[in-house]
Write a protein that binds this ligand. Sequence first.
Ligand code: GLU
Length: 466
Amino acid sequence: MSSFDKIRTRIAPSPTGFLHLGTARTALYSWAYARHHGGEFVLRIEDTDVARSSQDSVDQIIAAMNWLGLSYDEGPIYQMQRLDRYQAVIDQMIADGKAYRCYATPEELTEMREAQKARGEKTLYDRRWRPEPGKVLPTPPEGVKPVVRFANPVEGDVTWNDLVKGPITINNREIDDLIIARTDGVPTYNFAVVVDDWDMRISHVFRGDEHVNNTPWQINIFNALGAPLPSFGHLPIILGDDGLKLSKRRGAVSVMDYAANGYLPEGMLNYLARLGWSHGDDELFSAEQMVSWFDGSHLSKSPAQWDPAKLDWVNGHYVKQIDEGRLAGLVVEQLKAKGIEATLEQVQPKVGLFKDRCATVAVLADWLAMYFAPVAPSAEDLAAHITDAVRPALVALAERLSALTEWSKAAIQQALKETLTATGLKMPQLAVPVRVLVCGRAQTPSVDAVLEQFDKKKVLERLQAV
Ligand code: GLU
């Protein structure tokens, strides 16, 4: 830490799609770590893969960060706007003998690798273009644009104490002279990331496990540049509930898909936080609590398992807890997405009745849809519950309800009771058919409370549709 005056972390997504859950978790940890230490959090857009990067992806990533409440202090900083800086560093490295141009063609390199394989060797670039004392380099072929390679140390170990995995050591003989600039001059990930982390004074790098093999190169480049070395923490991958790496092919992996499916940012953030980190037995906590606890310890070394049931449980906690006005607003949006118009004033008095049984806002909107759109009871429910034995009671109830001068829970309850007395039925024998007809489903919260939220006219219409 001594080389840094402040804790600075970053998230560096490649804008080739939406914000993936794994990246969101890395962003959350990086953000929480910076906030915990009163430091700064930077958003950097790694857009050097020009063919696959798009502004639309950048916008989606930023929307997802905003939705989760992961505020950044700097950025977005675009790598493609920093090409001059990378070029200047590369020129200096070439001048200092720390990097060199390599004119080997792809065909030559394939041949080289085949020969290495045939000899049972590891396939590593053989440094044929690396200047060395006493070595005569080939003449650069005409018309071949060179790549630039980093002159990686030939011997010795690269060692770092990973914040997640503990001490890691790689021998330099295991790694080769990596390409740092392509033939078109665009730098590669491993080089640009180092220049950026250096320039942006990043003190702690959290990122996915898939980058752990890149870190030895990056450390060597930091050292070659005389740049202070950040601490690295490589977070284990997230497995899907089928035990395979979570991926687009197996369900939703985009943060904003979860938003669209009625998850709350509080729920997502809380759930993501626990995917690879713990604070005692705490399962439910706010972003503020996480920030106060997240000091980089208790990060799990083993892969996390995506657990939709647990996510639902966590999210359901926040559906119950958040302000009902805000919840109603989200329900209005969910209904709108289904083509159902409803106003906040109509929705708000109804959410309290159903929210306790809902894991997501989408489920809550499914419940409330019965108030604003026609219901379609299933054929099974109709056959099972709307029997000849109960029809007269439904007619009698409709009459009593129709005669009510006051439309309240107590008055509805009274009408139900009187109908039971008159017909000799038990409450469920009447309440379930009423639910099927009016609500389109056999189970609901207390029937009088559910009916009270309807227009009386609508209840009568649906009861009379028997
Ligand atoms: N653009 C890289 C990625 O999205 C960033 C890796 C890093 O954080 O160094 O995986």
